[in-house]
Design a protein around this ligand. Structure first.
Ligand SMILES: [Zn+2]
Length: 425
């Protein structure tokens, strides 16, 4: 039997055993059982190309981060009801507080866990998202989660440990690199000293260089990001910083994006005049919506954008889909994210299966794997294979799309794939 027959049979058996259709309707809940299957083992061993859509602030192993927080001295947790300044279950290193003074309501994490062992589970619950959380408030709830760990993840020594682990785990999962969205963060030292925006990039580059000692091909690009929904007049200063990044770090910087809930009342047409003057490549989240009147993908194409985050609602506009195909625009599809943010209640009806079969330039991605508690890419690949009746050749094509025609990476990938296929019996 060849790889298509072997994995095809495994898929058939898995779907036949899933009488409640948990795989389609709540993939996150189906995952623990799926991870024990032989098919998962095959997807784990598969070479992966590059991860094209991930936000650095929410791309790490949540279990590892929480364990690291617990073993790090001077980490505090806020266990009082939410205030305008602090989130319930928010973590922070001492250096984050003004003048090192711990405000009331914050307690040492190690002492809090010693007094209440159930707190570990509570923290995990408050830092992750699941289908039960989906309602009309899902975006504010989702965005609140990011606040819970930014005041610890941006403590420089913690950041270095966490992201060294992230990149080595990504490489071990078979990834050749990652394009990371990032929004300006305030990195800080134990004594409270704030580092500059440039220091953030330099710290990140230092981690990548360390990872490259073990995985020489592993490369990290950054896509500087800002928020959707903000007044257009606040965007030029962010674009100016993006131009600085482009000039200062041409080996890492690849573009500018605007992220956040797309149903924010401000579409890309509103931002078009400033984006036209960007002076840097634009890579834009567009079409991540159920709003039948959202034409952001079309507006993005009119702006010359050739790479789209999600592109979910393209199916509503066949004329636009034709343009996307002709222009070979890359769609960075994030299927499990789409389910957990309420856009795709039944994954078998997710439109990206059709995009792949109709030959569009699709890549598969995890978006915010820390919050969704998924692998960096394996789970989303398996999801696509199980839910969209794809072939392994389709999956391979999506992975190759992520290499953007880089001949050296493509030949490395082909070599890896041949060895992988030979190992499947
Ligand atoms: Zn995203």
């Amino acid at each position: 039997m060849d790889i298509e027959q072997i994995t095809g049979q495994m898929r058939q058996q898995i779907l036949a055993a899933d009488s409640g259709k948990l795989i389609y309707n709540d993939f996150g809940k189906a995952l623990p059982a799926l991870r024990t299957t032989a098919l998962y083992g095959i997807f784990k061993a598969m070479p992966k190309g590059r991860l094209m859509h991930a936000h650095i602030e929410a791309s790490f192993d949540m279990h590892y981060m929480l364990a690291l927080a617990l073993s790090t001295p001077d980490v505090y947790v806020f266990l009082q009801p939410e205030t305008p300044a602090f989130r319930y279950c928010q973590l922070a290193h001492k250096g984050w507080f003004e003048d090192g003074v711990i405000p009331s309501g914050w307690v040492l994490l190690q002492e809090a866990v010693a007094a209440d062992p159930g707190l570990k589970e509570k923290l995990y619950e408050m830092c992750t998202s699941r289908t039960d959380d989906i309602d009309e408030e899902i975006w504010p709830k989702f965005e609140a989660i990011f606040d819970r760990f930014k005041a610890i993840n941006n403590y420089r020594p913690f950041f270095e440990k966490l992201y060294y682990k992230v990149f080595t785990d990504m490489a071990a999962e078979g990834l050749l690199g990652v394009d990371l969205r990032y929004i300006s963060q305030t990195m800080f030292e134990a004594d409270g000293r704030r580092l500059s925006d440039d220091d953030y990039v330099l710290v990140l580059r230092g981690i990548v260089e360390k990872v490259q000692q073990k995985y020489p091909y592993f490369h990290v690009n950054i896509i500087y990001s800002y928020y959707k929904g903000v007044p257009a007049e606040t965007v030029p200063s962010r674009l100016e910083f993006a131009r600085h990044l482009q000039a200062a770090y041409p080996d890492m910087f690849i573009g500018y994006d605007m992220v956040g809930g797309e149903d924010c009342g401000k579409d890309l047409l509103y931002y078009a005049p400033v984006l036209r003057e960007a002076g840097v490549p634009i890579i834009m989240h567009a079409g991540e919506t159920l709003d039948p009147n959202n034409r952001n993908i079309e507006y993005a194409l009119d702006l010359g954008i050739r790479r789209l985050g999600h592109g979910f609602n393209l199916y509503r506009y066949p004329d636009v889909e034709k343009r996307v195909k002709e222009l070979n625009v890359m769609l960075e599809v994030c299927p499990l994210s789409n389910q957990l943010l309420g856009y795709a209640p039944d994954l078998s009806k997710h439109p990206a299966g059709g995009y792949i079969k109709r030959g569009l330039n699709v890549t598969l991605n995890s978006d915010d794997c820390a919050i969704f508690d998924t692998a960096y890419i394996t789970d989303d690949l398996l999801l696509a294979y199980l839910c969209w009746d794809l072939s392994m050749a389709d999956i391979k094509r999506c992975l190759m799309n992520s290499l953007c025609g880089d001949t050296a990476l493509l030949s490395l990938f082909e070599e890896q794939w041949a060895a992988f296929e030979a190992s499947i019996k």
